[in-house]
Design a protein around this ligand. Structure first.
Ligand code: PLP
Length: 217
């Protein structure tokens, strides 16, 4: 089933839209099946869980960190990941920069936007994103390449549309500023239930788990 799901999804996505397979809680053999079917980017929420899959799959694919990153996990994370999609504070950006400079790596990062303005949720508020980006744009070992958002939980996924639309406008606004050391290329929005809406609203990266691997138990 995983193979068929991947092939179906890849044939459905418009050209230029990148598929990140969200692999949290999946077994190594499930992830291998997805890679074998054509997955080129794996999204992971837990650093420790990733080490097992990374030991086998290595750099055959690209690895995106899509979970909430804790400071004490950054040192391990920078060894594995090609992109960290969830930077939302100067503090975590500085830690990534520091750990990357140790190993001579420049990390691609996305800024996570709390588009639903939810108190307990991670992500920077839309109105604070520009300041955060300007603050961390001078760090030599990170490269800001776009924005990511989850959006609030909505019973009706159609209700997510305005949050995606606002994030897209923010993405365009920051892109037009042509800030130095910033290359606004990726807009990562949409999951299994919302990726079609996200793409209509301008996403060029979607993060999909259940539609590839089945429902999480
Ligand atoms: C789990 C997860 C996804 C994928 O969710 P599905 O509903 O399984 O497609 C996407 N993004 C993030 C940040 C996730 O944690």
């Amino acid at each position: 089933m995983i193979r068929e799901n991947v092939i179906q999804l890849l044939s459905e996505l418009p050209p230029g839209v990148e598929l990140v397979a969200a692999a949290k809680t999946r077994t190594l053999s499930e992830i291998l099946e997805a890679v074998d079917a054509g997955i080129q980017i794996i999204g992971e929420n837990y650093v420790q869980e990733t080490e097992i899959a990374y030991a086998t799959i290595g750099n055959k694919v690209r690895w995106h960190y899509i979970g909430h990153l804790q400071r004490n996990k950054v040192k391990k994370a920078v060894n594995i990941f090609d992109m960290i999609e969830t930077v939302d504070t100067t503090k975590i950006a500085h830690e990534i920069d520091k750990q990357c400079s140790r190993i001579g790596k420049k990390m691609s990062v996305l800024i996570e936007i709390n588009s639903g303005r939810e108190e307990q949720k991670s992500g920077v508020l839309p109105e604070d994103a520009e300041d955060l980006i300007k603050d961390i744009s001078s760090l030599g070992n990170i490269k800001i390449e776009g924005l990511m958002t989850m959006g609030p939980y909505c019973y009706n996924t159609e209700d997510l549309r305005p949050y995606f639309a606002e994030t897209r406008i923010l993405f365009e606004t920051i892109r037009r500023m042509c800030l130095s050391n910033i290359d606004m290329k990726y807009l990562s929005m949409g999951m299994t239930n919302s990726y079609r809406i996200a793409i209509e609203e301008g996403a060029n990266t979607v993060r999909i788990g259940s539609k590839i691997f089945g429902d999480r138990v």
